[in-house]
Design a protein around this ligand. Structure first.
Ligand code: PMP
Length: 362
């Protein structure tokens, strides 16, 4: 269908890439530091970028590991921390690839329901009391897929539980700097870093293809995960890390983030108002930033076969079930009730039309 509307792509549109600036930074980085950038080595990451990140987050360099995208770092952390019989807790729903990664590493992966202000703390504590997990995986800012943001009170409660029961928390924050309104909430690590692994990446701020992601954690954990990384890929991809370091050195990152926000803000507004207007009966998660709005359709809605029926009228949706880990209590919700609506790679006109089509199916 010629006017198919695609609500599956949680990726930046091609026009968002700072292509010329990146090309200049690649050229400069390769020529200025050839012996390092084109060589094996630098297992914890390209030194200049590691220094810049350490400075930005107020940590020591030995608390920073830069790898080939943050998903690979999640995988390495899971490979290191998950022991036979271990559980990993996530929000429910959660980032589908993270759930898949943790399961592949052998963890029983259990989802704790998410509310508009983040994970349900009572259900989290009940599950932790049943079995202390290897770690809890959270996307506290503008969550993928739901769009929820963890409140300050819940941030404190999560950190308190992690310290009291002794488990790690991954705070995965790739969307944090794409805030379209309101004020930042503190990172979990700024409340107490002892049990926190912070992850982020340049995929949403520059380009996913460059595969530059990073993690911040206590030095011993960084050293252990770095060894797992070295055993896996020998050295990280240095040319892209060096280009990012050069991009930051030139002072171009913040202006690029402002450009992205100007591009995405009208799309975000269009998605929030279209869902409120056309899907009034659903539970709508409308974040202040990021890439995703989501809706949980009412139990009485006609959602059976939704993805296939949507395709027939030129609307491409992601099946909701992939975002669900095992249930902590009772039955899993029917995944088709949950619809993730990424708005960054579609225009406001497409957004309005797409949400109208979705509403017409219910
Ligand atoms: N975490 C979340 C929450 C994401 O949405 C994504 C990308 N969709 C990633 C991690 C993976 O990012 P990267 O490209 O850095 O591997």
């Amino acid at each position: 269908m010629a006017d198919t509307i695609v609500f599956t792509r949680g990726v930046p549109p091609t026009e968002a890439f700072p292509t010329d600036e990146l090309a200049q930074c690649f050229d400069a980085a390769l020529r200025a530091d050839t012996a390092v950038v084109l060589q094996y080595g630098q297992q914890p990451g390209y030194p200049a970028l590691r220094r810049q990140l350490a400075e930005e987050y107020g940590v020591a360099e030995k608390e920073v590991l830069i790898g080939n995208g943050s998903l690979q770092l999640q995988d390495l952390v899971a490979a290191y921390l998950v022991r036979p019989g271990a559980t990993v807790l996530t929000e429910q729903p959660s980032y589908d690839r993270a759930i898949g990664t943790f399961r592949r590493r052998g963890a029983k992966t259990i989802g704790i329901p998410i509310e508009p202000d983040g994970i349900d703390i009572a259900r989290l504590e009940a599950e932790v009391q049943r079995q202390v997990p290897a770690f809890l995986y959270l996307v506290p800012d503008f969550q993928n897929p739901a769009g929820a943001t963890l409140s300050l009170e819940k941030r404190r409660a999560v950190v308190d539980l992690a310290v009291r029961y002794g488990f790690w928390v991954i705070e995965d924050v790739p969307y944090r700097k794409l805030r379209y309104q309101g004020e930042d909430l503190p990172l979990l690590r700024s409340i107490d870093p002892s049990r926190i692994i912070t992850m982020s990446s340049f995929s949403k701020l520059l380009s996913p293809g460059i595969r530059v992601g990073f993690m911040l954690a206590p030095a011993e954990l960084i050293a252990a995960v770095t060894r797992t990384g070295e055993d896996t890929y020998l050295s990280p991809v240095l040319p892209t890390q060096a280009a990012v370091a050069e991009y930051i050195r030139r002072g171009w990152l913040q202006p690029n983030i402002e450009k992205l926000k100007a591009l995405y803000r009208p799309r975000w507004q269009a998605m929030v108002s279209a869902t409120r207007q056309h899907l009034a009966g659903a539970q709508i998660f409308a974040p202040d930033g990021g890439f995703f709005v989501s809706v949980m359709l009412p139990e009485g809605a006609n959602y059976a076969g939704l993805v296939a029926r949507a395709k027939d009228i030129g609307l491409v949706l992601t099946p909701g079930q992939a975002f669900f880990a095992d249930a902590d209590q009772g039955e899993l919700p029917d995944g088709e009730r949950f619809v993730r609506l990424p708005f960054c790679a579609v225009t406001p006109a497409q957004i309005d039309e797409g949400v109208r089509r979705l509403a017409s199916l219910l």
